[in-house]
Design a protein. Structure first.
Ligand code: UDP
Ligand code: MG
Length: 312
């Protein structure tokens, strides 16, 4: 029987928090009765610098409800960092941690399936959105485009998986070795290389409050998702420079032809050729500098070179 901790980041969630605690509590009681989780399991709420009564509610629930624990951050650090704070703290308390948004839009039925998969040996279990009917159209379309763009940039991530997942304590210990500052957990976790499983996650609507993921927060996340895992954009500059050189070669042929045929205006040939040639060299030079910066970037992140599965 595992000791489970759920971790939920909360940013201005006063409207939904009490009902979320209630729903998780009945789920916990059910899972304890079934013998799937131990009675000292817990739900951890991370207050991400809320400006409303969120922390007071967490404190209140903590005194009333034995499952509830709270972590209060000094200021708003964003969803990814708040999750990280919760996971890194809760890994000392539990065998496995499930991250789930405080609004419980994710499928609570999936939690039992995650625990079953964990019992069968998976160290990481991803909740994968099977239908996003409850998400607004714009969000669905932009998410889809984003996953595709990411894949084309060579970032390994699970399609339609947000941050609803189970991780074992071992997986969290490995994750703690990754020292990066720009967190994009969905890209990082597949790098751990542990045994994984997936369960279906049927998204429902927010029962109260509004989305805290503003457009600018989503864009930041999307940019992080690509720039933290791919240096391909830097190589594009080099390729562009090569393309420019190719064009200047074609223009060179055309210029020779014009000179031979006598149709060239004086001064034109040297001008047009040098524009493309110099442009090409400049792009290649910038790109080369960029590629070295890309190397420095990956060194600076200091990611572990390997994770050991077992030693016998
Ligand atoms: N959240 C957070 N810090 C932030 C923004 C959001 O901890 O700066 C939390 C929020 O309280 C919620 C989760 O992240 O538990 C997901 O946010 P939300 O439900 O608003 O996003 P959506 O479901 O619309 O993508
Ligand atoms: Mg939500």
């Amino acid at each position: 029987m595992i000791r489970l901790a759920t971790v939920s980041p909360c940013y201005n969630e006063e409207l939904v928090l009490e009902s979320s605690v209630g729903r998780l509590t009945s789920l916990f009681n059910e899972l304890i009765a079934k013998g799937k989780i131990s009675a000292d399991s817990m739900m951890v709420f991370v207050n991400d610098g809320s400006r409303d009564r969120t922390w007071q509610i967490i404190e209140e629930q903590h005194t009333k409800n034995k499952f509830v624990r709270g972590i209060n951050l000094t200021r708003n650090v964003g969803h990814q960092n708040a999750i990280m704070a919760g996971m890194m703290t809760a890994r000392q308390w539990a065998d496995a941690v499930i991250t789930i948004d405080a609004d419980l839009q994710d499928d609570l039925n999936a939690i039992e399936k995650m625990i079953d998969a964990f019992d069968e040996g998976s160290e990481i279990v991803y909740g994968v959105k099977v239908q996003r009917k409850a998400d607004p159209l714009l969000k669905r379309v932009s998410a889809e485009a984003f996953y595709k763009l990411q894949a084309s940039m060579g970032v390994e991530s699970i399609m339609n998986h947000a941050d609803f997942r189970l991780m074992s304590r071992r997986a969290l210990d490995l994750l703690s070795q990754y020292g990066e500052r720009n967190l994009y957990l969905r890209g990082l976790i597949p790098l751990l290389g542990l045994q994984t499983a997936q369960v279906d996650d049927v998204i429902s609507e927010r029962t109260a409050g509004v989305s805290k993921y503003t457009l600018s927060k989503m864009l930041t996340l999307a940019l992080n998702g690509i720039t933290s895992f791919s240096t391909k954009p830097l190589y594009f500059i080099v390729y562009m420079g090569m393309f420019f050189l190719f064009i200047s070669f074609c223009i060179g042929i055309y210029v020779i032809h014009a000179l031979v045929a006598g149709t060239a205006v004086p001064g034109w040939a040297s001008l047009i050729l040098s524009i493309w040639l110099v442009g090409g060299f400049i792009l290649i030079s910038i790109g080369t500098v960029g590629v070295y910066i890309g190397r420095i970037y990956s060194e600076v992140k200091g990611r572990p070179l390997y994770n050991i599965k077992e030693v016998i």
